[in-house]
Design a binder for this molecule. Structure first.
Ligand code: HEM
Ligand code: HEM
Length: 165
């Protein structure tokens, strides 16, 4: 994958922050999906939960599509080289970014498999992604703030301002 020193493009930054908002929405309101399926199984009226049901599936599919698009950009436009630092710190940061991509793809796919193929198996895997996401986000956000306020480097700034490296 191309690594350069031109910073992220405005499109890459918009995608990062838009996906952040959409993932937070899914994590906060995801349990409505479990409730919807429980209501269906127990024969209760699902009408009040229908909007949440369609939103969860719709937003989940949008996250999947935007993530694939973003990966495509990474492969074509490239991403800036990591801000210099101790080798372990740089490697850990890059590894977490890859794991985020895996999670952003695996979560919607297991959601689809849970809803349309086998709820018992895939529902569990899908729901288990929630705490993993939360831990990743906390570590990732804490690292970003550490870079900004303690190391005082450009890591967070270049995720806000296009072309910063
Ligand atoms: C990145 C995208 C997604 C995220 C972050 C996400 C997140 C969540 C969360 C947090 C829950 C609640 C788990 C719990 O009750 O503890 C949930 C449940 C569920 N989601 Fe998603 N979801 C995503 C995409 C999708 C998609 C595309 C579908 C497709 C139909 C889907 C189907 C479901 C189903 C069926 C449940 C209920 C599972 C169960 O009751 O065991 N999700 N999701
Ligand atoms: C759902 C939440 C989040 C996800 C899934 C996520 C995902 C990612 C990914 C995959 C990258 C790698 C760069 C790329 O390929 O575009 C990245 C970079 C970055 N993220 Fe996040 N992020 C999230 C939340 C946050 C938050 C809350 C902050 C700030 C407090 C943040 C700050 C950063 C910064 C500063 C970088 C740039 C790191 C670098 O260039 O070395 N992210 N993020």
């Amino acid at each position: 994958m191309a690594r350069h020193s031109n910073g992220y493009t405005a499109l890459q930054l918009s995608l990062h922050w838009l996906i952040v908002l959409l993932v937070l929405f899914q994590l906060i309101f995801g349990e409505d999906m479990g409730r919807y399926n429980y209501y269906v199984r127990s024969g209760q009226d699902v009408a009040p939960l229908l909007t949440g049901y369609y939103l969860h599936i719709g937003v989940g599919l949008v996250i999947l599509a935007l993530t694939l698009f973003r990966l495509g950009l990474r492969l074509t436009v490239g991403v800036p080289s990591s801000v210099p630092g101790p080798a372990l710190q740089v490697k850990a940061g890059e590894a977490l970014h890859y794991l985020f991509y895996v999670l952003l793809i695996v979560t919607p796919i297991t959601g689809l498999l849970a809803q349309y193929v086998n709820m018992r198996t895939f529902g569990e895997v899908h729901a288990a992604n929630k705490p993993v996401f939360i831990v990743f986000i906390l570590v990732h956000a804490a690292a970003a703030l550490y870079h900004h306020f303690v190391l005082k480097d450009s890591t967070l700034r270049r995720m806000m301002v296009p072309g910063t490296h």
